[in-house]
Design a binder for this molecule. Sequence first.
Ligand code: FE2
Length: 417
Amino acid sequence: MKKFINGKIYKNDETSEILVENGKIVELGKNLKDVDEIIDLGGKLVCPPFVDSHLHLDYVYTLSEMAETGAKSGTLFEAIELWPKYKESMMTRESVKRLAKKGIMDELKHGVQYIKTHVDVTDPNFTGLKAMLELREELKDKVYIQIVSFPQNGMYTYKGGVDLVEEGLKMGADSVGGIPHYEPAREFGEKSIHDIVKLAMKYDKLIDVHCDETDDPQSRFVELLNALVLMEDYGTRTTASHTCSFGSDNDSYAYRMIDLFKKSKMNFTSLPTENVYLQGRQDTYPKRRGLTRVKEFIENGINVAFGQDSINDPWYPAGNGNHMIILDHGIHLAQIMSAEDMERNLDLITYNGAKCLNIQDEYGIEVGRAANFIVLDEYSPAEAIRNRSDVLMSVRNGEFLFKRKPVEYEVELDLGR
Ligand code: FE2
């Protein structure tokens, strides 16, 4: 048995101590009984581990790897065109595992313990998926990985695409993916949405669709996805990722849809750093931000989380798994920085992400749940966000994944009195 003391638990002023036995939280509160092993958290902010609700682990660090093949102008559609060439010529199960591990390391060292990864299944050999299924198993003690069977090149841009998505589910993917705005005609985009929902129900899987990742306000596949999962009562098991075009829609349409999103309880993932970089490319000025209506979702009780999306891949050259950077960008772009917002903004990379993975019943600092939490190098949520706080400790099943010291100066800065 061990006891973590003197922690400032996010959203729980009643608790400063966490008692852990056999990897689980057995008691929370103040002045709990004495045990042999006591770990002092120094009054720092403790919160559940960060959740990356949207990452392409089979792509991470491929930009460096495929430098010879191009990817110079950095548009989304060019990157999607280049991807098959890389897959054919350079991608192996070993290369995917090697690079994905590097990406997982980036995420874990910044406090993530839960990752939903979209894995491209438009490869009849399933190289990426096989690699990711192996990694999911090999690393399960250190990180929870959820896999989406994702048709990067569409389901109907060639024959047999939908069968590959289905095969990915049979092989062990947790969730059905799609990319309706990339299908060759609106009707095929709609058909893909119908197929995604059917497949999810057939195999009892979650849904996570790359939905309307474009500035074109006529891309409204989110409307059909929402209607179908509302009808099937499948909203809490569904996530619409990106929904960038919803930020370009007119208000009359948006407010009608927000009402329908509330009814379905569908989840949303916004990728602020990636989409502010990729969207608005055809705009001159003013340039759109490429973000969905995050602020309005929060105001209306619609679940929305932030994710990383990419780390050094053809779509996005930056990214390092640091979700405090993503959160900082996201709250600027979505304009959510009131005092009240700052008290709850960490939800966007913790609790809200857990709902997108549908793991909310096992996630969080509560008695009976796994002793998984992180300690930030600040004393309040607002200060942690303002300073993009470092993560000092990551605890999983009661054991340290890592623990490090705050930055120490050899020479202190001194501006005098
Ligand atoms: Fe994505």
